[in-house]
Design a binder for this molecule. Structure first.
Ligand code: FAD
Length: 536
């Protein structure tokens, strides 16, 4: 019998070894009778002056010892039922060709891995380069400002997630989340991601995971091709028949999973031309803010800032702007991280954030985003893309070229005046920043709510809008600006056999939810079709 004890609390100065004693007390047993204790959930509670860790723990009692039934009436004690994963029943209609997966981001890789595990021998085509060469391309871009439009932070093996912070938080309540975590651990992620409330792996560990996923898919008979860009779709009678790769090679496929992410604007335009059903959707744009990590630690942990048991502090903060009805919120907060150049198109400046596993850069960054909706561009299907591109090009010009980004001290932004230097905190963005006035590139409907939000955030987190805080622009790729409409069978409502998946399709936001969406699409394909008789 395994029993879960919820909400045990340890002070930050207490040792985890005490959990056995606390769990035994709660269960009314002698600590000696506990054979094993596993942490099922761990979170930091820093809401008050004292800092605590809260835990759910799974306890196994010695010698099959059982507890009285009455104990389970307590709200914080429950029985852990073993979860049995039933294998999926394969569909009856045999595929002629291997499923074709376009994009090797989290959605594409998890879709491919699931299909490969069931013997479907998927073929993955990825426009960017393999990990090793991609890392070199991205480093060159950050060092010298030489962008490769096909191999960058958005495009290449592992997708947009590879150079990310590797935060694995998700709010989707899907049973497959556990499967994603287990897979990530089996591919090299630290085991604690399975129980931490805010799990994180860092870009360094993610790269190892992505490489191991590729190896596993290949071992299972899948194929992965890099520098292989989908340039056209072949369709007949409302059904997909295949794809054109690099304007040259035709690949037959009756099942095509489109997991291209939200930066594949050429694919959005291709779908639009082909009459595939798309709809514009709300998303958010803004800037990255940076603070000394020590300041955020002080705000969040008070006198315990710098405590060796506490990680670099995080925050999540939101503001509802009454004047415009827009939300302003922190997004993808990276403690101890870096603001990175994340463009995929020429002469465009895009910022985002990442960190390494150790989160020890000494600087905290987060996107500060303002919601925008199709009403802002007259519901035009590609209007959201146009807004992103306009802001990215304006940021490039204001940065003076070479992919330098415009940056401004928060105090100057609040005063609507250009910054001249960064004396307190140098922005971490490479290949460099130019002190600027961000009002020159942010539309008023973004800049004004952002200013009001900063004042509100500073009231709730004193120092947030202080002299050390700097902004770098622009952050435009937080989520997809449109949705590729799919039905309950996960296929495009207008083109059968086309399975839009992941973030670019508008059905996920973040690494874990994109991975889950990839698995869901794979499961649907498995339930519908039998694997091809031989590799095609
Ligand atoms: P993507 O990861 O975008 O993958 C799509 C893939 O398709 C790409 O590899 C692309 O090259 C390929 N592709 C595009 N067009 C074509 C084509 N025509 N032919 C062939 N291949 C094509 N999320 C988190 O949850 N936590 C984080 O900490 C986090 N940090 C981030 C930091 C950065 C710098 C960035 C850029 C993103 C971050 N994200 C984070 C977001 C996360 O990376 C995405 O949500 C996730 O990667 C989406 O997965 P996806 O598979 O749907 O798309």
């Amino acid at each position: 019998m395994i029993v879960r004890v919820h909400n045990l609390r340890l002070h930050v100065d207490e040792e985890e070894a005490l959990l056995i004693k606390k769990a035994a007390q709660r269960l009314g047993v002698n600590p000696e009778t506990i054979e094993d204790l596993k942490i099922a959930r761990k979170a930091i509670d820093a809401r008050r002056a004292e800092v605590y860790f809260t835990y759910h723990v799974d306890v196994k009692l010695k010698g099959g010892m059982r507890l009285p039934r009455s104990i389970f009436r307590a709200p914080d004690i429950s029985l852990v039922e073993p979860v049995r994963e039933e294998p999926l029943a394969l569909g009856s209609e045999r595929l002629t060709y291997s499923p074709l997966i376009v994009g090797a981001g989290p959605a594409g890789l998890f879709c491919a891995l699931t299909l490969a595990e069931y013997g479907y021998k998927p073929v993955v085509v990825e426009r960017g380069r393999d990990l090793r060469r991609r890392v070199e391309d991205v480093e060159r871009f950050w060092q010298c400002g030489e962008l490769d439009p096909e191999s960058n932070v958005q495009f290449g093996e592992g997708g947009a997630g590879t150079f990310s912070d590797g935060k694995l938080t998700t709010r989707i309540g899907d049973v497959r989340v556990e499967k994603v975590f287990k897979t990530l651990v089996s591919m090299g992620a630290p085991p604690e991601i399975e129980y931490l409330k805010n799990p994180h792996v860092g870009t360094d560990r993610l790269r190892e995971i992505v490489y191991n996923m590729r190896r596993r898919i290949l071992e299972l008979g899948g194929e992965i091709y890099f520098e292989a860009r989908l340039t056209d779709l072949i369709a007949e009678g409302g059904h997909i028949k295949g794809a054109v790769i690099n304007d040259a090679i035709e690949v037959d496929a009756e099942v095509l999973v489109l997991a291209v992410g939200h930066s594949a604007r050429d694919v959005y335009r291709l779908l639009y031309r082909k009459g595939v059903s798309l709809t514009p959707k709300a998303f958010a744009v803004g800037v990255r803010i940076e603070h000394p990590q020590a300041l955020i630690d002080r705000i969040q942990y008070g006198k315990y800032a710098g405590h060796p048991r506490l990680p670099a502090a995080e925050y999540r903060i939101t503001y509802q702007d009454e004047e415009t009805g827009r939300n302003v919120y922190s997004f993808c907060m990276c403690p101890g991280g870096y603001v990175i150049a994340s463009a995929s198109g020429e002469n465009q400046v895009v910022v985002n954030g990442m960190s390494y596993c150790a989160r020890d850069s000494g600087v905290a960054n987060s996107a500060l985003l303002v919601t925008v909706s199709p009403k802002d561009w007259d519901e035009d299907i590609l209007g959201g893309v146009a807004l992103q591109e306009k802001m990215e090009k304006a940021a490039y010009l204001l940065g003076g070229g070479g992919y330098r980004a415009p940056a401004q001290k928060v105090v100057d932004f609040l005063m609507r005046q250009e910054s001249s230097s960064f004396d307190r905190l140098q922005p971490t963005y490479r290949p460099g920043v130019i002190p600027a006035n961000l009002d020159r590139i942010l539309p008023d409907f973004i800049a004004e709510p952002l200013r009001r939000a900063l004042i509100d955030f500073d009231r709730r987190m004193p120092g947030f809008a202080g002299k050390e805080a700097v902004l770098t622009g622009v952050e435009t790729r937080s989520s997809a600006p449109l949705r590729i409409l799919r039905g309950e069978d996960f296929q495009s409502v207008s083109l059968k056999g086309l399975y839009p998946a992941g973030e670019g399709a508008g059905y996920a936001g973040g690494i874990v939810s994109a991975a889950v969406d990839g698995i869901k699409v794979a499961e649907q394909i498995i339930r519908t079709y039998a694997p091809p008789a031989k590799k095609t």
